[in-house]
Design a protein around this ligand. Structure first.
Ligand SMILES: C[S@@+](CC[C@H](N)C(=O)[O-])C[C@H]1O[C@@H](n2cnc3c(N)ncnc32)[C@H](O)[C@@H]1O
Length: 163
């Protein structure tokens, strides 16, 4: 498992979303963290979806790459102390930098995704070192986390030469 990139999702409630991000973590060999009141990775609906994608998943669940941390702020503070740079994501925050203008350097990064309903609150934005957006056209307003996470993760890994 690569330690240079973690994807952190604030409160994932939908089993399909969680199955998608667990699958993404396995496919890219990166860690997934959940904060807040997220659905459990061992939830039967999550396991059943993953079992339909990954052979034998129900009998041999691969969940070592996912961890849950109830307090968002405490977890971000702890990751900062471990030397991670904290990258928030948003389609709506004016100061967000377009992904194509950002350079992921050599260090360790956490990419943080807001909730499906309200995104990253102003208080949580304050904890970020940088905020990135994937620009959108034609009156579209935001991606779902399961659509946008692979774009950001792939680009970070590509720039760091890890994919
Ligand atoms: C469904 S969106 C949240 C929508 C929410 N109503 C808002 O206005 O922020 C869920 C999360 O996906 C990420 N996201 C969605 N669209 C994005 C984009 N175009 N660029 C970067 N991140 C995006 C952000 O982390 C966002 O908090």
């Amino acid at each position: 498992m690569k330690k240079e990139l973690i994807l952190l999702f604030d409160t994932l409630r939908d089993p399909r979303d969680l199955a998608e991000v667990i699958h993404l973590g396995l496919a890219f060999d990166i860690e997934i963290e959940l904060t807040g009141n997220s659905i459990q990775p061992t939830h039967v609906k999550v396991i059943n979806i993953l079992d339909s994608w990954i052979h034998d998943f129900r009998d041999k669940p691969q969940l070592d790459h996912i961890s849950i941390h109830s307090d968002f702020s405490k977890r971000i503070t702890a990751l900062k102390k471990q030397g991670y740079k904290i990258i928030g994501t948003s389609s709506t925050i004016a100061k967000a930098k377009p992904l194509s203008k950002y350079e992921f350097g050599k260090g360790k990064y956490v990419i943080v995704f807001g909730t499906e309903t309200s995104g990253l609150s102003a208080e949580k934005q304050e904890l970020m070192d940088e905020i990135l957006s994937v620009p959108m056209k034609n009156k579209t307003r935001f991606f779902t986390v399961r659509a946008v996470a692979p774009i950001l993760a792939f680009e970070a890994l590509r720039q760091k030469g890890l994919i």
